[in-house]
Design a protein around this ligand. Structure first.
Ligand SMILES: *Cc1c(COP(=O)(O)O)cnc(C)c1O
Length: 327
Protein backbone atom coordinates (compact mmCIF):
# COMPACT_ATOMS: atom_id res chain seq x y z
CA UNK A 1 0.00 0.00 0.00
CA UNK A 2 1.17 3.56 -0.68
CA UNK A 3 2.44 5.70 2.17
CA UNK A 4 0.00 8.57 1.67
CA UNK A 5 -3.78 8.12 2.12
CA UNK A 6 -5.75 7.44 -1.05
CA UNK A 7 -7.72 10.35 -2.52
CA UNK A 8 -11.52 10.04 -2.37
CA UNK A 9 -14.55 11.28 -4.29
CA UNK A 10 -14.68 14.29 -1.94
CA UNK A 11 -11.26 15.27 -3.26
CA UNK A 12 -12.59 15.04 -6.83
CA UNK A 13 -15.51 17.30 -5.90
CA UNK A 14 -13.17 19.79 -4.23
CA UNK A 15 -10.99 19.75 -7.36
CA UNK A 16 -14.05 20.48 -9.48
CA UNK A 17 -14.75 23.63 -7.43
CA UNK A 18 -11.10 24.69 -7.68
CA UNK A 19 -11.10 24.25 -11.46
CA UNK A 20 -14.20 26.35 -12.04
CA UNK A 21 -13.39 29.31 -14.24
CA UNK A 22 -9.99 27.84 -15.14
CA UNK A 23 -10.57 24.50 -16.87
CA UNK A 24 -13.09 24.30 -19.69
CA UNK A 25 -16.21 22.26 -19.16
CA UNK A 26 -15.61 20.27 -22.33
CA UNK A 27 -18.58 19.02 -24.36
CA UNK A 28 -19.97 15.48 -24.30
CA UNK A 29 -20.62 14.43 -27.88
CA UNK A 30 -22.59 11.57 -29.38
CA UNK A 31 -22.46 9.77 -32.73
CA UNK A 32 -25.31 7.95 -34.40
CA UNK A 33 -22.79 6.09 -36.57
CA UNK A 34 -20.91 4.78 -33.54
CA UNK A 35 -24.16 3.86 -31.79
CA UNK A 36 -25.55 1.96 -34.77
CA UNK A 37 -22.36 -0.01 -35.32
CA UNK A 38 -22.34 -1.32 -31.73
CA UNK A 39 -26.04 -1.20 -30.86
CA UNK A 40 -24.99 0.85 -27.83
CA UNK A 41 -25.18 4.53 -26.86
CA UNK A 42 -21.83 6.28 -26.70
CA UNK A 43 -21.03 9.47 -24.79
CA UNK A 44 -17.66 10.99 -25.70
CA UNK A 45 -16.07 13.36 -23.18
CA UNK A 46 -14.02 15.67 -25.39
CA UNK A 47 -10.87 16.43 -23.39
CA UNK A 48 -9.11 16.89 -26.73
CA UNK A 49 -10.86 20.28 -26.55
CA UNK A 50 -9.56 21.04 -23.04
CA UNK A 51 -7.10 23.92 -22.50
CA UNK A 52 -3.64 22.99 -23.81
CA UNK A 53 -5.29 20.09 -25.60
CA UNK A 54 -5.60 17.41 -22.92
CA UNK A 55 -7.18 16.53 -19.55
CA UNK A 56 -3.75 16.96 -17.89
CA UNK A 57 -4.53 20.62 -17.20
CA UNK A 58 -7.10 19.46 -14.61
CA UNK A 59 -4.64 17.61 -12.40
CA UNK A 60 -1.81 20.12 -12.80
CA UNK A 61 -3.99 23.08 -11.88
CA UNK A 62 -5.56 21.22 -8.95
CA UNK A 63 -2.09 20.37 -7.60
CA UNK A 64 -0.49 23.81 -8.09
CA UNK A 65 -3.50 25.65 -6.66
CA UNK A 66 -2.98 23.82 -3.35
CA UNK A 67 0.62 24.91 -2.83
CA UNK A 68 1.21 27.35 0.01
CA UNK A 69 2.53 30.90 -0.49
CA UNK A 70 6.17 29.94 -0.01
CA UNK A 71 5.97 27.06 -2.46
CA UNK A 72 4.19 29.29 -4.97
CA UNK A 73 7.05 31.77 -4.84
CA UNK A 74 9.61 29.02 -5.37
CA UNK A 75 7.59 27.45 -8.18
CA UNK A 76 6.95 23.99 -9.59
CA UNK A 77 9.24 21.53 -11.33
CA UNK A 78 8.37 18.45 -13.38
CA UNK A 79 10.07 16.03 -15.74
CA UNK A 80 7.56 15.09 -18.45
CA UNK A 81 8.10 15.94 -22.10
CA UNK A 82 4.47 15.44 -23.08
CA UNK A 83 1.12 16.89 -22.14
CA UNK A 84 1.89 17.04 -18.41
CA UNK A 85 4.77 19.47 -19.05
CA UNK A 86 2.51 21.87 -20.90
CA UNK A 87 -0.20 21.44 -18.28
CA UNK A 88 2.16 22.38 -15.45
CA UNK A 89 3.53 25.29 -17.49
CA UNK A 90 0.06 26.69 -18.21
CA UNK A 91 -1.27 26.17 -14.68
CA UNK A 92 1.83 27.89 -13.26
CA UNK A 93 1.37 30.85 -15.59
CA UNK A 94 -2.28 31.24 -14.54
CA UNK A 95 -1.31 31.10 -10.87
CA UNK A 96 1.63 33.48 -11.37
CA UNK A 97 4.25 30.91 -10.37
CA UNK A 98 7.58 30.01 -11.97
CA UNK A 99 7.70 26.59 -13.64
CA UNK A 100 10.75 24.56 -14.56
CA UNK A 101 10.39 21.60 -16.93
CA UNK A 102 13.13 19.00 -17.28
CA UNK A 103 13.08 17.84 -20.93
CA UNK A 104 15.43 15.75 -23.09
CA UNK A 105 17.68 17.83 -25.35
CA UNK A 106 16.40 15.88 -28.35
CA UNK A 107 12.71 16.56 -27.59
CA UNK A 108 10.77 17.73 -30.66
CA UNK A 109 11.37 21.44 -31.28
CA UNK A 110 7.62 22.04 -31.35
CA UNK A 111 7.24 20.65 -27.83
CA UNK A 112 10.12 22.71 -26.45
CA UNK A 113 8.67 25.81 -28.08
CA UNK A 114 5.16 25.12 -26.79
CA UNK A 115 6.43 24.65 -23.25
CA UNK A 116 8.47 27.87 -23.41
CA UNK A 117 5.50 29.69 -24.96
CA UNK A 118 3.54 28.95 -21.79
CA UNK A 119 6.26 30.83 -19.93
CA UNK A 120 8.08 27.87 -18.40
CA UNK A 121 11.84 27.59 -18.09
CA UNK A 122 13.21 24.43 -19.71
CA UNK A 123 16.16 22.52 -18.25
CA UNK A 124 17.58 20.21 -20.94
CA UNK A 125 19.18 16.88 -20.10
CA UNK A 126 20.84 14.05 -21.98
CA UNK A 127 18.54 11.04 -21.92
CA UNK A 128 21.45 8.63 -22.48
CA UNK A 129 23.59 9.75 -19.55
CA UNK A 130 21.30 11.55 -17.12
CA UNK A 131 18.29 10.58 -15.01
CA UNK A 132 15.49 13.12 -15.38
CA UNK A 133 13.78 12.17 -12.16
CA UNK A 134 16.99 12.71 -10.22
CA UNK A 135 17.57 16.09 -11.88
CA UNK A 136 14.04 17.20 -11.01
CA UNK A 137 14.41 15.95 -7.45
CA UNK A 138 17.67 17.79 -6.82
CA UNK A 139 16.34 20.99 -8.40
CA UNK A 140 13.29 20.73 -6.15
CA UNK A 141 15.50 20.21 -3.09
CA UNK A 142 17.98 23.00 -3.97
CA UNK A 143 15.42 25.64 -4.84
CA UNK A 144 12.53 24.63 -2.59
CA UNK A 145 10.38 24.00 -5.64
CA UNK A 146 7.38 21.65 -5.53
CA UNK A 147 7.94 18.50 -7.59
CA UNK A 148 4.72 17.75 -9.48
CA UNK A 149 4.77 14.17 -10.77
CA UNK A 150 2.66 13.25 -13.82
CA UNK A 151 0.27 10.77 -12.18
CA UNK A 152 1.11 9.29 -8.78
CA UNK A 153 -0.07 12.17 -6.60
CA UNK A 154 -3.44 12.53 -4.81
CA UNK A 155 -4.04 16.07 -6.14
CA UNK A 156 -3.23 15.05 -9.71
CA UNK A 157 -5.57 12.06 -9.45
CA UNK A 158 -8.42 14.11 -7.95
CA UNK A 159 -8.06 16.74 -10.68
CA UNK A 160 -8.16 14.17 -13.48
CA UNK A 161 -11.28 12.62 -11.94
CA UNK A 162 -13.26 15.78 -12.66
CA UNK A 163 -13.42 14.68 -16.32
CA UNK A 164 -15.59 11.68 -15.38
CA UNK A 165 -17.55 13.74 -12.83
CA UNK A 166 -18.59 16.16 -15.59
CA UNK A 167 -19.27 13.34 -18.04
CA UNK A 168 -21.67 11.65 -15.60
CA UNK A 169 -23.33 14.95 -14.72
CA UNK A 170 -23.97 15.66 -18.40
CA UNK A 171 -24.67 12.17 -19.80
CA UNK A 172 -26.49 10.65 -16.82
CA UNK A 173 -25.85 7.14 -15.52
CA UNK A 174 -23.55 4.89 -17.54
CA UNK A 175 -23.26 1.10 -17.69
CA UNK A 176 -19.60 1.23 -18.71
CA UNK A 177 -16.76 3.75 -18.84
CA UNK A 178 -13.62 3.41 -21.01
CA UNK A 179 -10.54 5.42 -20.01
CA UNK A 180 -7.06 5.63 -21.64
CA UNK A 181 -4.36 4.35 -19.31
CA UNK A 182 -0.71 5.36 -18.94
CA UNK A 183 0.45 5.77 -15.35
CA UNK A 184 -3.15 5.65 -14.16
CA UNK A 185 -3.86 9.19 -12.93
CA UNK A 186 -6.78 9.63 -15.29
CA UNK A 187 -8.18 6.13 -14.76
CA UNK A 188 -7.94 6.16 -10.97
CA UNK A 189 -9.46 9.65 -10.68
CA UNK A 190 -12.28 8.80 -13.07
CA UNK A 191 -12.88 5.55 -11.16
CA UNK A 192 -13.35 7.50 -7.90
CA UNK A 193 -16.00 9.68 -9.53
CA UNK A 194 -17.79 6.93 -11.45
CA UNK A 195 -17.90 4.51 -8.52
CA UNK A 196 -19.36 7.18 -6.22
CA UNK A 197 -21.98 8.45 -8.67
CA UNK A 198 -22.97 5.17 -10.35
CA UNK A 199 -21.92 2.25 -8.11
CA UNK A 200 -22.80 -0.40 -10.72
CA UNK A 201 -20.89 1.23 -13.59
CA UNK A 202 -18.19 -1.02 -15.04
CA UNK A 203 -14.90 0.84 -15.32
CA UNK A 204 -12.29 -0.19 -17.89
CA UNK A 205 -8.77 1.06 -18.51
CA UNK A 206 -7.31 0.77 -22.00
CA UNK A 207 -3.60 0.74 -22.77
CA UNK A 208 -1.49 0.13 -25.88
CA UNK A 209 -1.11 -3.53 -26.85
CA UNK A 210 2.68 -3.06 -26.96
CA UNK A 211 2.75 -1.86 -23.34
CA UNK A 212 0.20 -3.80 -21.29
CA UNK A 213 1.90 -3.41 -17.91
CA UNK A 214 -1.38 -2.28 -16.34
CA UNK A 215 -3.19 -5.39 -17.54
CA UNK A 216 -0.38 -7.57 -16.20
CA UNK A 217 -0.37 -5.67 -12.91
CA UNK A 218 -4.11 -6.10 -12.40
CA UNK A 219 -3.89 -9.83 -13.11
CA UNK A 220 -0.83 -10.44 -10.95
CA UNK A 221 -1.91 -8.17 -8.11
CA UNK A 222 1.40 -6.24 -8.08
CA UNK A 223 2.91 -3.37 -10.07
CA UNK A 224 4.62 -4.90 -13.12
CA UNK A 225 7.44 -2.90 -14.78
CA UNK A 226 8.11 -3.13 -18.54
CA UNK A 227 10.59 -1.66 -21.03
CA UNK A 228 9.49 1.51 -22.86
CA UNK A 229 6.85 0.27 -25.32
CA UNK A 230 6.95 1.15 -29.02
CA UNK A 231 3.53 2.51 -29.92
CA UNK A 232 1.94 5.52 -31.61
CA UNK A 233 0.17 6.17 -28.27
CA UNK A 234 2.97 8.39 -26.95
CA UNK A 235 0.93 9.55 -23.95
CA UNK A 236 0.77 5.99 -22.64
CA UNK A 237 4.39 4.86 -22.97
CA UNK A 238 4.73 4.64 -19.21
CA UNK A 239 6.62 1.65 -17.84
CA UNK A 240 4.59 1.08 -14.70
CA UNK A 241 1.57 2.23 -12.70
CA UNK A 242 1.99 4.33 -9.56
CA UNK A 243 1.50 3.05 -6.04
CA UNK A 244 -1.52 5.28 -5.41
CA UNK A 245 -3.02 4.81 -8.87
CA UNK A 246 -2.62 1.03 -8.66
CA UNK A 247 -4.26 0.85 -5.23
CA UNK A 248 -7.36 2.62 -6.60
CA UNK A 249 -7.35 0.76 -9.91
CA UNK A 250 -7.26 -2.66 -8.27
CA UNK A 251 -10.13 -1.69 -5.99
CA UNK A 252 -12.43 -0.07 -8.60
CA UNK A 253 -11.54 -1.19 -12.13
CA UNK A 254 -13.22 -4.25 -13.68
CA UNK A 255 -10.61 -4.95 -16.32
CA UNK A 256 -7.89 -3.46 -18.49
CA UNK A 257 -8.12 -3.87 -22.26
CA UNK A 258 -5.56 -3.11 -24.96
CA UNK A 259 -5.66 -1.58 -28.44
CA UNK A 260 -3.20 -2.06 -31.31
CA UNK A 261 -1.66 0.83 -33.21
CA UNK A 262 -3.77 -0.10 -36.25
CA UNK A 263 -6.94 0.06 -34.14
CA UNK A 264 -5.87 3.45 -32.77
CA UNK A 265 -5.27 4.81 -36.27
CA UNK A 266 -8.68 3.51 -37.39
CA UNK A 267 -10.34 5.23 -34.41
CA UNK A 268 -8.49 8.47 -35.24
CA UNK A 269 -9.88 8.29 -38.74
CA UNK A 270 -13.37 7.70 -37.38
CA UNK A 271 -13.20 10.80 -35.16
CA UNK A 272 -11.82 12.96 -37.97
CA UNK A 273 -14.23 11.81 -40.62
CA UNK A 274 -17.45 11.29 -38.68
CA UNK A 275 -17.20 13.65 -35.73
CA UNK A 276 -14.80 16.30 -37.07
CA UNK A 277 -12.63 15.82 -34.01
CA UNK A 278 -8.83 15.80 -33.85
CA UNK A 279 -7.94 13.14 -31.28
CA UNK A 280 -4.34 12.08 -30.66
CA UNK A 281 -3.51 8.35 -30.79
CA UNK A 282 -3.48 7.98 -26.98
CA UNK A 283 -6.84 9.71 -26.81
CA UNK A 284 -8.32 7.01 -29.05
CA UNK A 285 -7.52 4.10 -26.69
CA UNK A 286 -10.94 4.00 -25.00
CA UNK A 287 -13.00 3.95 -28.16
CA UNK A 288 -10.66 1.53 -29.97
CA UNK A 289 -11.26 -1.04 -27.21
CA UNK A 290 -14.99 -0.35 -26.96
CA UNK A 291 -15.31 -0.84 -30.71
CA UNK A 292 -13.56 -4.18 -30.54
CA UNK A 293 -15.86 -5.35 -27.73
CA UNK A 294 -18.80 -4.31 -29.96
CA UNK A 295 -21.61 -6.81 -29.43
CA UNK A 296 -20.94 -7.28 -25.71
CA UNK A 297 -21.87 -3.62 -25.16
CA UNK A 298 -25.21 -3.89 -27.02
CA UNK A 299 -28.00 -1.97 -25.30
CA UNK A 300 -25.61 -0.23 -22.89
CA UNK A 301 -24.85 3.40 -22.19
CA UNK A 302 -21.10 3.70 -22.65
CA UNK A 303 -18.89 6.63 -21.63
CA UNK A 304 -15.56 7.15 -23.41
CA UNK A 305 -12.91 9.66 -22.39
CA UNK A 306 -11.16 11.26 -25.40
CA UNK A 307 -8.13 12.25 -23.37
CA UNK A 308 -6.26 14.58 -25.72
CA UNK A 309 -5.80 16.07 -29.16
CA UNK A 310 -2.13 17.02 -29.37
CA UNK A 311 -0.58 15.45 -32.45
CA UNK A 312 1.92 16.88 -34.95
CA UNK A 313 0.08 17.62 -38.16
CA UNK A 314 2.46 15.72 -40.50
CA UNK A 315 2.09 12.67 -38.26
CA UNK A 316 -1.66 13.12 -38.12
CA UNK A 317 -1.87 13.33 -41.91
CA UNK A 318 0.26 10.21 -42.23
CA UNK A 319 -1.97 8.23 -39.85
CA UNK A 320 -5.18 9.48 -41.44
CA UNK A 321 -3.80 8.56 -44.84
CA UNK A 322 -3.79 4.96 -43.74
CA UNK A 323 -0.03 4.50 -43.90
CA UNK A 324 1.31 1.68 -41.73
CA UNK A 325 1.66 3.29 -38.34
CA UNK A 326 5.36 3.41 -37.44
CA UNK A 327 5.92 3.65 -33.69
C1 LIG B 1 -1.06 11.41 -19.99
C2 LIG B 1 -2.08 10.99 -20.97
C3 LIG B 1 -2.80 9.78 -20.83
C4 LIG B 1 -2.53 8.82 -19.70
O1 LIG B 1 -2.82 9.38 -18.46
P1 LIG B 1 -2.28 8.72 -17.11
O2 LIG B 1 -2.85 9.55 -16.04
O3 LIG B 1 -0.79 8.72 -17.17
O4 LIG B 1 -2.80 7.31 -17.11
C5 LIG B 1 -3.79 9.49 -21.75
N1 LIG B 1 -4.05 10.32 -22.79
C6 LIG B 1 -3.37 11.47 -22.98
C7 LIG B 1 -3.72 12.32 -24.14
C8 LIG B 1 -2.36 11.85 -22.07
O5 LIG B 1 -1.70 13.00 -22.27
Amino acid sequence: MPASPLPTFDDVRAASTRLQGHALRTPVMTSRTADEAAGARFFFKCENLQRMGAFKFRGAFNALAQLDAGQRRAGAVTFSSGNHAQAVALAARILGMPALIVMPHDAPAAKLAATRDYGAQVRLYDRHTEDREQIAQSLAAERGMALIPPYDHPHIIAGQGTAALELLQDAGPLDALFVPLGGGGLLSGCALAARALVPECKIFGVEPQAGNDGQQSLREGRIVHINPPRTIADGAQTQHLGEITFAIIRREVQDIHTASDAELAAAMRFFAERMKLVVEPTGCLGFAAARRLGASLAGQRVGVILSGGNVDLPRYAQLLGGAEPAA
